[in-house]
Design a protein around this ligand. Structure first.
Ligand code: SF4
Length: 228
């Protein structure tokens, strides 16, 4: 499968924030968010085709037990199944980061779902075909139900405006089995300044609603830099 990058860093988002992890980034995505922070794995996918054995060889160069399979959209690739089986047989902790539009019968310890709401759509004038495809694809309730029934899940929503909260609440009403402690709201933005500005109103909103605030620590620690 096409791999954009493999690197060791620290998980900056969600329940495992602060955990040293190796990130394996698959290249290719079925969505086109306008704010995508990894365009080299979506809009202009880069990378090399690597076999499961080649990926495992690279992984073995680090002494690190947490693996994050991210993208792009890793659930696009059937090779995720044998890769996760190998990781499981070698006792790695497996996180999969997905937008939750596709299902695969994989081994996984934490399914980290970042559902894409209407604030993610690419500009209709600049990208009419991708706009249509993105809007048609981004919400797949049957996939969310299957993932959340089979895996330990967290949900990370990107918030751009305070109005987005209404849509997130509407979204969550469709999945009554989810609990607030599984929900993380993250500010949209690529610089520490943008994130801090959004934090001033998003953090109190999270407190009011009983959601977790997710400050995206990797941007504070490293900036919006590839390989972190
Ligand atoms: S789903 Fe993720 S990788 Fe795909 S375009 Fe959106 S932000 Fe980028």
């Amino acid at each position: 499968m096409k791999i954009a990058e493999i690197y060791r860093s620290i998980q900056g988002e969600g329940i495992l924030t602060g955990t040293e992890s190796v990130f394996i980034r698959t290249s290719g995505c079925n969505l086109r968010c306008w704010f995508c922070d990894t365009p080299y794995a979506s809009w202009q996918p880069e990378g090399d085709d690597l076999s499961v054995s080649e990926i495992m060889n690279r992984l073995s160069t680090w002494d690190c037990r947490h693996v994050v399979l991210t993208g792009g959209e890793p659930m696009l690739f059937a090779e995720m199944i044998p890769l996760c089986n190998r990781l499981r047989s070698e006792n790695y902790h497996i996180t999969i980061e997905t937008a939750g539009t596709l299902y695969l019968p994989v081994e996984c310890d934490l399914m980290s779902i970042s559902p894409k709401t209407s604030n993610s759509a690419p500009d209709v004038a600049d990208h009419p075909r991708w706009h249509r495809r993105h809007e048609h694809t981004r919400f797949a309730p049957h996939v969310i139900r299957q993932l959340s029934s089979e895996f330990h899940c967290q949900f990370k929503f990107v918030v751009d405006h305070a109005d987005d909260l209404q849509e997130i609440e509407e979204y969550l009403r469709q999945f009554p089995d989810l609990t607030n402690n599984q929900i993380y709201l993250m500010p949209q933005g690529r610089s520490q300044e943008e994130l801090k500005q959004t934090e001033t109103w998003l953090l109190p909103l999270c407190d009011n609603h009983g959601f977790n605030y997710c400050p995206r620590k990797q941007i504070e620690w490293f900036g919006a830099v590839k390989g972190t």
